[in-house]
Write a protein that binds this ligand. Structure first.
Ligand SMILES: Nc1ncnc2c1ncn2[C@@H]1O[C@H](COP(=O)(O)OP(=O)(O)OP(=O)(O)O)[C@@H](O)[C@H]1O
Length: 364
């Protein structure tokens, strides 16, 4: 798979490969994906004509190994249905779906159970904790289901409890914990089985803003330390921008844009996305790699040096401090320059981005 994270094309093995996926709820749902006329109707028309809801419509994407892939959209856009289809907690109506090249739709019950218990663990919004069990036993629960012996699962649970910052609380019951701590238990339980992929279904939306931010930091830290693949559902744009390597923005069951935060904010695919990202402080998301222009002959040797991943906001500070345009340095080479005009253009939203200019944006 080729992505353009931070503008740099990289080739990554896909964990999930999804092609032409549909989930339709309602009577005779199977006829809808194959019928272009019905498939083209909007949600209200489709419901009126057929009594069906197309929660996921002809969606295709890949999740790369080690990637944080965010599925974002307003309530009812199909996020939960899509992510539940990945492990067939909800049965897809049509399309192909593979994990590490293995056909998920062809899996029998045993293989599916294996997939959900070992390979793709889900962290839910409502924690799903067992109220009469201690923190440690809740964390060990997934291992217990796997048939891991008591000594080993306690040892592993203890390790993961420490990893998510709950040391000293092992013997408490979930009811004796705050919302944020309960969510950490949920996270620890998912981590304990050492899955290849963590699936998060709006895990932090019930938490108050400060604790939510704490948990986001926790996810970023865990990802940095372990590089585990994550699929993260949220309806919160700021959360998506903070966490996502790439974001799939959904509307009415379709992915309207799939790209890096910078691509989504810098080159919205249509008016819907543009409206969605309108209030985002662009300078905090856009990097100098996309804002720069070629260096003039006498510019390559002076001015502050920035890495290509530096944000426009950092560049503004550097340029203001030095009074010179900043040089964008990659491997010791000046690859471009950002001056006042370019930087202000990004802030004002009038600066087209490299993503738009080179067409590297990935739109589905
Ligand atoms: N079991 C079901 N039967 C019928 N319709 C369903 C079912 N589950 C979901 N839907 C419909 O499918 C659409 C997508 O729902 P889904 O829960 O996937 O959206 P979402 O983006 O996750 O929303 P939220 O953010 O509110 O959780 C909605 O119109 C919803 O009403």
């Amino acid at each position: 798979m080729t992505t353009s994270t931070a503008g740099k094309p990289t080739t990554v093995e896909p964990v999930f490969s999804v092609e032409g996926l549909w989930k339709v709820f309602g009577p005779k749902a199977e006829r809808i994906p194959g019928d272009p006329e019905l498939g083209a109707l909007n949600a209200a028309e489709l419901r009126a004509r057929t009594g069906c809801t197309a929660a996921v419509r002809d969606v295709s994407f890949e999740v790369g190994k080690g990637e944080v892939f965010v599925v974002m959209g307003l309530s009812g856009s199909g996020k939960s249905t899509l992510v539940r289809c990945l492990t067939r907690l909800i049965e897809p109506t049509a399309g192909t779906l593979a994990i590490d090249g293995e056909d998920v739709r062809a899996m029998d019950r045993t293989r599916l159970r294996e997939l959900r218990r070992h390979r793709a663990s889900m962290v839910f919004q409502h924690f799903g904790l067992l109220p009469h069990r201690s923190v440690l036993d809740n964390v060990a629960y997934g291992l217990e289901i796997q048939g891991v012996g008591k000594g080993e699962r306690r040892k592993k649970a203890q390790e993961v409890v420490a990893k998510v910052g709950l040391e000293g609380m092992e013997q408490r019951r979930p009811g004796q914990l705050s919302g944020g701590q309960q969510q950490r238990v949920g996270l620890a339980r998912a981590l304990a089985v050492d899955p290849e992929v963590l699936l998060f279904d709006e895990p932090f939306s019930a938490l108050d803003p400060l604790i939510r931010r704490d948990m986001q930091e926790e996810v970023i830290r865990l990802h940095r330390e372990e590089g585990r693949t994550m699929v993260f559902i949220t309806h919160d744009l700021n959360e998506a921008l903070r966490l996502g390597d790439r974001i799939a923005l959904m509307r009415d069951g379709r992915i309207v844009q799939l790209g890096t935060p910078e691509e989504i904010v810098g080159s919205p695919a249509d008016d819907y996305v543009r409206e969605f990202v309108r209030d985002v402080p662009r300078e905090q998301v856009m990097t100098v790699r996309t804002a720069m222009r070629p260096a003039g002959v006498d510019e390559a040797g002076q001015g502050p040096a920035l890495v290509p991943e530096a944000t426009v906001s950092e560049a503004i500070e550097a340029v203001a401090r030095s009074g010179f345009p900043a040089r964008v340095m990659d491997d010791g080479r000046c690859v471009g320059v950002v001056d006042h005009e370019r930087l202000l253009g990004v802030v004002a939203g009038t600066q087209s981005t490299a993503a738009a200019e080179t067409g590297s944006k990935e739109v589905v």
